[in-house]
Write a protein that binds this ligand. Sequence first.
Ligand SMILES: Cc1cc2nc3c(=O)[nH]c(=O)nc-3n(C[C@H](O)[C@H](O)[C@H](O)COP(=O)(O)OP(=O)(O)OC[C@H]3O[C@@H](n4cnc5c(N)ncnc54)[C@H](O)[C@@H]3O)c2cc1C
Length: 408
Amino acid sequence: MVGAGAVGLWCACALAEAGLRVTVLERRHPGAGASWGNAGWVVPSHSVPLAHPGALWRGLRWLLDPESPLYVPLRLEGRLWSWLWQFRRFSTHAHVRRTVPLLVRLQRRSVDLYGQLAARGLEFGWQRAGSLSAFVDAREYRGFLEEVDLLRQAGVAAEVLDGPSAQGREPLLQPGLAGAVYFPEDGHLDPAALVAALAQRALQLGAEVQTGAEVRLRAEGRKVSVETPAWRAQPQLVVVAAGVWSAPLLRGVGVRLPVLPAKGYSITLDGRPGPRCPVMLTEARVAVTPLRGPDGSPRLRLAGTLELGVWESEPASRRVAAIRKAAGRYLQVEAQGGEVWAGLRPCTPDGLPVVGRPRGLDNLLVATGHGTLGISLAPATGELVAQLATGEDPEEARLLHPDRFGPR
Ligand SMILES: Cc1cc2nc3c(=O)[nH]c(=O)nc-3n(C[C@H](O)[C@H](O)[C@H](O)COP(=O)(O)OP(=O)(O)OC[C@H]3O[C@@H](n4cnc5c(N)ncnc54)[C@H](O)[C@@H]3O)c2cc1C
């Protein structure tokens, strides 16, 4: 197992539960990547993929606004342009119709699996309080109701609220909003606590977790070998779940995946009471999560921004300021101060993760590309990986196959 983020650790637990002997290799420490300071949403309601009709035009408009939630560095880099070209191809109604039911199914399975993990007594702030998508703009709100219809057709429950009813449900909302939609099935958790709980569970199940083990892969015929600074081996199965770094790692064995980083930020404010349930500040694409500190005191997290193709994780002050400003437009909260964090989401152009065995290499399995939904999809991914590793052929995994983007 390469990578101890939420995806790698869920895979490790599922593989160990299936009776396999598992070693997790992590170059830094569990949660060193995107799985640490994210918003912690587990949301069947967020099952419309990033690639959908209108996404490109909205993206182009956002590129002209320095305070927008999107940034794409327009440099001459083949990988970025090829990704954007594929994203354009996937931004169709047909793709959305095909994808929504699959993502809803996987996220619902994850909700169940998080419930089961919490029932084992592991503490990671799991709550099923639902989520609220709030709007300041009446046109955007009306447009979103079409998305709600699609979600309802896939079985997602939704409560459509006008401005005053939204404020009745969440008194911290600013007066005068255009409206909101409440999704009662959604859950949320504290991602750093989740990573710690999963690492503990993996150890309980007999897995070994080696930190400080930077992995390189080598292809020898149809087999992949693993190299760390300390040793080299050819395991029966190598599962690569190294988040966005899976793409450069796999290139070493000839597997090319269109996975690009989408950098995002979070600001964690201690001692600040939050809303009753997570709130999406929809036009600003900022997720607001109520959390608790280790002593049980209230903690509020604001998370947002998508900087596509940016590999470094230094926070940019302009983006952080835009997130704070958005919070004040929708919520009666004080958003100054706090701890700023940035992470790289591993994004595919079709908005679906990559889970499966690339053709031509017998002992390799890949689990990456979870984009904005890695926490939401990690438990279901772990289950799929364990099924594939033990010779099953789950239907979902066929749709997530690493070779679906064409010849390597
Ligand atoms: C601001 C923000 C908010 C988000 N909010 C949500 C949310 O609310 N809900 C949701 O579902 N998703 C959310 N996401 C997305 C989610 O965080 C990611 O999809 C998810 O964390 C990806 O998990 P992962 O395990 O694949 O990768 P990572 O967590 O990045 O883990 C990869 C691990 O692999 C290790 N690694 C890399 N290369 C090597 C190597 N060569 N050898 C050994 N180890 C290696 C890294 O050190 C790292 O620990 C958010 C992301 C951001 C940035």
